[in-house]
Design a protein around this ligand. Structure first.
Ligand code: SF4
Length: 401
């Protein structure tokens, strides 16, 4: 189902205009990974795609999809705009989409309409014969980018030196680079999602006295509180300060070391917004994502992943009213799909996830046209070593209930 906002003209943001203005020569000397790693934030795209109308782009994508048939699979993350999601073969959160890719060995090309770490995960979980494509290489995740592998390795060395080997279990949220997942796999750690973070905490505390949680301090803190860890048993690791800004004593006493990362979308929600929603309607139900801050999570009626938020509203009684603390594209879609309920975003001026938004239909059309011509553009490939240890951390996650 496509909501009414699909019919609006597709806005071209300033970033995208700059991207379109780059010439091929300017980027010709770089590999795709260099483009991403070097901090270059513009994705080259032939200028003709910029001049293509939204209607023409829709036609181009539909044509390519039909022509390529089962050779391709388009995965659409819940936070994608409707103009893109309408072409997704399946929608979901990052792990559901990666699992779907792994369970679909016939699709030779997986077009991941999401962000960079998701495409990496899909590459690690899919078959060797499958190629994962990210339509716009600049679609990263600001949270994942807050934990750079060099900084995390420095932190890990410090912790090992201070605490000795084996006492800290590294745990990373799915929203992290493959390099971070690999570090966890190599050092007895695990990956978690927002759905299974609680079980992953149990798994880790059975194996070590302390957890290093990466990269989202809020998911880590919110989960730990439900496990009985008190706030004074947690420290935050600031990668820009020696020893993360902590004393040796604080590190020794901590049960949980939280990496100083956050989601710029979910940390916009506040208890004042929740209070205002309740003041307007005392019957309203509040549901938020666990990437929100602890006070917001504690003030909400329900807390859960994007899949959970979607399900709880879909299954709610007609006539109910829902204030939601998550990304606006998803909230708008849930609202459109539940016309018998009143569903609204807690932050009336919240922006979409700006990096997810970089998957403009023009890029989707471009990569599909490439495949029609036998050219694979923007393939995301994780190297063998990283893949091997990341899979260990991912398989540990899959083994927990
Ligand atoms: S919503 Fe937040 S965590 Fe999710 S992709 Fe965007 S920046 Fe990353």
């Amino acid at each position: 189902m496509v909501s009414k906002i699909d019919k609006q003209p597709i806005p071209i943001t300033e970033i995208e205009q700059s991207a379109f203005c780059q010439t091929d020569d300017e980027l010709a000397s770089k590999t795709l990974e260099e483009e991403f790693d070097s901090g270059v934030r513009w994705q080259k795209l032939p200028v003709s795609y910029m001049r293509t109308s939204p209607e023409e782009l829709e036609k181009k994508i539909s044509y390519a999809k039909n022509k390529l048939g089962n050779k391709i699979m388009i995965l659409g993350h819940h936070y994608q705009r409707d103009e893109v999601i309408q072409f997704a073969d399946i929608r979901g959160d990052s792990f559901k989409l990666s699992q779907h890719a792994a369970d679909s060995p016939d699709a030779e090309f997986i077009i991941f309409c999401g962000v960079h770490f998701m495409a990496e995960t899909a590459d690690m979980l899919s078959g060797r014969n499958q190629k994962v494509i990210l339509p716009n290489l600049t679609a990263g995740c600001s949270m994942a980018d807050m934990a750079h592998i060099d900084d995390v390795l420095d932190c890990w060395d410090d912790l090992t030196e201070i605490l000795g080997e084996g006492s800290v279990i590294p745990m990373t949220y799915m929203n992290s680079t493959a390099a971070i997942k690999s570090l966890c796999g190599k050092n007895g750690g695990i990956v978690c999602t927002s759905s299974n973070a609680s079980a992953a905490f149990d798994w880790a505390f059975e194996r070590g006295e302390k957890i290093l949680f990466l990269p989202d301090q809020h998911l880590g803190r919110n989960t730990a509180v439900t496990k009985g860890v008190t706030l004074d048993e947690m420290i935050v690791w600031n990668p820009f300060k020696p020893q993360g800004g902590n004393t040796i004593e604080q590190i020794n006493n901590a049960k949980l070391i939280l990496w100083q990362g956050h989601c710029s979308v979910h940390t916009r929600f506040t208890t004042a917004q929740i209070d205002a929603a309740r003041k307007a309607d005392s019957e309203v139900s509040i549901v938020v994502h666990p990437e929100c801050t602890l006070d917001v999570v504690e003030s909400a009626d329900y807390v859960g992943s994007t899949e959970y938020i979607k399900e709880i509203i879909n299954e709610a009684d007609s006539g109910t009213r829902w204030g939601v603390g998550t990304e606006i594209s998803l909230v708008n879609r849930i609202a459109a799909e539940n016309p018998d309920k009143d569903v609204f975003c807690l932050d009336s001026v919240v922006c979409p996830c700006s990096t997810m938004y970089r998957i403009h239909p023009a890029y989707v059309a471009w990569v599909l046209d490439g495949l029609l011509e036998g050219v694979v553009v923007n393939q995301i490939e994780v190297d063998e070593e990283t893949r091997k240890f990341s899979r260990i951390a991912l398989e540990r996650m899959l083994s927990i209930k």
